[in-house]
Write a protein that binds this ligand. Structure first.
Ligand code: ADP
Ligand code: MG
Length: 573
């Protein structure tokens, strides 16, 4: 083939592919434009997750009639004039590529300042007077990717596209509490942030937690010219995914693996493995020290002096979490007494407040890491028949602190973690019920209310029928709360199970069986204080399990302490 310069039509489509790859990137670009235009209210209205149409209404500055001639051209921007401006960037946009790209691959209707402009596939169709809007700009994108069929074909299902849109919009809601921000999908409200002067209220609203569960801390690194503000969820805000973690640099939402890794590392101080904290990191630094001009979508940034910023972040997070955030809300693990009130926090743990003061319980999925004993000579059980036989023959000595069962066999002491053993037993029972298609169901006298985040709601709409078939029947309670009406008998905490399901990846595509086993991993009925007959019963049930010597989370149910080990504790050997 001979060398030819590509036609402007092809160039436009290639360039568009860099900036807009799915509805969420269109929404993000248009939302940024509205914010740059000084809007105090932005409404986003979507049909079919933006695949049919995206309408964004703002009350910002509007666009002058004369600018309507150029804004759909490549590199048309009102935001910078020169390279120097790039060093003092205060706007979100600056490349002048969004409208050009969007116009190249969709049908756009833009209304502003009494005019309506139509562009389709990069072609300007006409400019005519228009009555609306009174103030600001309305821009509607339809037929997205109509002329790039490959891209259109790769759009994902409604849930995935909506989740991506929500992830694109939410950060702006966090960082601009004064902005009214509403997101509506197929006429149903997905997000509705009312303006508030208090940023913690806005973050709490978005995180679905109480403002008092957020810790705010700030530090200025004078030498580096960096200001750090951290807003951290305390121990009561636990997530099954890293979905409530946001990083901003100079008010721009960014991705930073380093910052994310380090903060999650600090959360290990207070959170059990497998659960994640919620945080908002805001860095303000001299624009000359940050390079946003790396990729058209501007998510990736480069920082100067990153190492020092990271170590400051770690120190700040550590002291905040340890001093202010490490106190657990008191809630009993296994129902004792009558709950007087309950509510869900963002992490899906039901917190009961009890008249009798209750007791401190383990948070969801928590377990203490293997103690140092494991390094010595005590043996962990494997599903080994000789161990099964020895444990089956062991003589029951008694129960210790209502928590451990002690058995002796030969020169060994077996210690059974009653709760872990019970979990294993219940887990296998529930799994059998699922496999046989006979799940025992219990109606709830008082429905359990679960407040969902916007993204959880999107997934919920998708899997509601599957939940029904698992014995978790739900009804809509109010716009963002659902009521659980029935639960499988073997689930200890159906609310937690439900939330774990809603947080899973690809839940919509999971079959009933996978969903059920995920649900039961999260929530299993626990045991009670046991009399010797019950202990025997538990031992028999445990030994009948396929995998008796680990709990469903992988920690041991039984440990063996040998005579040699105990001798050494007495410095005998
Ligand atoms: P950029 O945001 O990088 O400047 P865009 O292609 O997104 O490039 O927008 C081009 C120009 O159109 C902007 O610089 C701005 O002047 C104008 N514009 C776009 N959207 C709006 C809006 N909602 N309100 C006011 N002006 C807008
Ligand atoms: Mg822009």
């Amino acid at each position: 083939m001979s060398v030819k310069i590509l036609s402007s039509d092809v160039i436009a489509k290639i360039a568009a592919g860099e900036v807009v790859d799915r509805p969420s990137s269109v929404v993000k670009e248009l939302l940024e434009n509205a914010i740059d235009a000084g809007a105090s209210s932005v409404e986003i209205l979507l049909a079919d997750a933006g695949k049919e149409s995206i309408l964004i209404k703002d009350n910002g500055s509007g666009i002058a009639r004369s600018d309507l001639e150029t804004i759909f051209q490549r590199h048309a921007t009102s935001k910078i004039r020169s390279m120097e401006d790039l060093d003092n960037l205060s706007s979100m946009g600056f490349r002048g590529e969004a409208l050009y790209s969007i116009g190249a691959v969709s049908a756009v209707t833009l209304k502003t300042n009494g005019w309506q402009l139509n562009v389709r596939g990069g072609e300007r169709l006409g400019l005519q007077p228009s009555a609306v809007p009174e103030r600001g700009t309305h821009i509607e994108i339809a037929q997205l990717f109509f002329n790039t069929p490959a891209r259109r074909k790769f759009l994902k299902n409604t849930t995935s596209e909506m989740t991506a849109i929500l992830n694109a919009v939410l950060p702006y809601g966090l960082i601009y509490p004064q902005l009214r921000l509403a997101l509506t999908h197929n006429s149903r409200s997905v997000l509705d942030f009312r303006p508030t002067p208090n940023r913690l209220d806005r973050i709490a609203h978005a995180f679905n937690c109480a403002a008092k569960d957020l810790i705010e801390t700030e530090q200025e690194l004078a030498a580096e010219g960096v200001k750090i503000r951290l807003t951290l969820g305390c121990i009561n805000v636990q997530r099954a995914r890293r979905d409530l973690q946001f990083i901003f640099i100079n008010n721009r939402p960014v991705d930073s693996k380093t910052i994310s890794f380090n903060l999650n590392d600090m959360y290990k101080l207070i959170l059990p493995p497998g659960v994640y904290g919620a945080f908002v990191v805001e860095l303000h630094l001299n624009p000359t020290n940050v390079d946003v001009n790396i990729h058209p979508t501007k998510r990736e940034v480069r920082l100067h002096g990153e190492a020092r910023i990271i170590s400051a972040l770690r120190r700040l997070a550590e002291s905040a979490l340890m001093q202010q955030g490490a106190i657990k809300t008191v809630f009993p693990a296994y129902t004792i007494g009558e709950p007087v009130q309950h509510h869900f926090n963002a992490g899906g743990i039901v917190r009961h407040s009890f008249n009798d003061g209750g007791q401190i319980a383990e948070p969801a999925l928590s377990y203490s890491p293997g103690s140092s004993l494991f390094d010595m000579d005590q043996h962990l059980f494997k599903a080994d028949n000789s161990l099964k036989t020895r444990f089956a023959q062991a003589r029951y000595i008694g129960q210790w602190i209502n928590k451990f069962l002690l058995f002796e066999e030969g020169k060994s002491l077996f210690v059974v973690d009653q709760h872990a053993a019970q979990e294993r037993i219940m887990f296998e029972k529930f799994r059998n019920q699922i496999e046989n298609g006979k799940i025992e169901i219990q109606p709830l006298l008082t429905p359990t209310l679960v407040k969902l985040t916007a993204s959880e709601h999107i997934v919920y709409d998708d899997i509601k029928d599957k939940l029904d078939s698992l014995g978790i029947e739900t009804t809509q309670f109010d716009s963002d709360t659902i009521a659980i009406q029935t639960q499988p008998v073997l689930l200890k905490d159906v609310g937690k199970a439900l939330r774990t399901l809603l947080a899973g990846d690809d839940v919509a595509r999971c079959d009933r069986h996978t969903l059920a086993s995920r649900a039961c991993k999260a929530s299993i009925v626990s045991g009670d204080p046991l009399n010797p007959a019950q202990v025997e019963h538990q031992r028999r049930e445990l030994l009948a399990c396929q995998d008796p010597f680990t709990c469903p989370h992988g920690r041991p149910t039984v440990i063996e302490l040998t005579e040699g080990f105990i001798d050494r504790q007495f410095l005998r050997s």
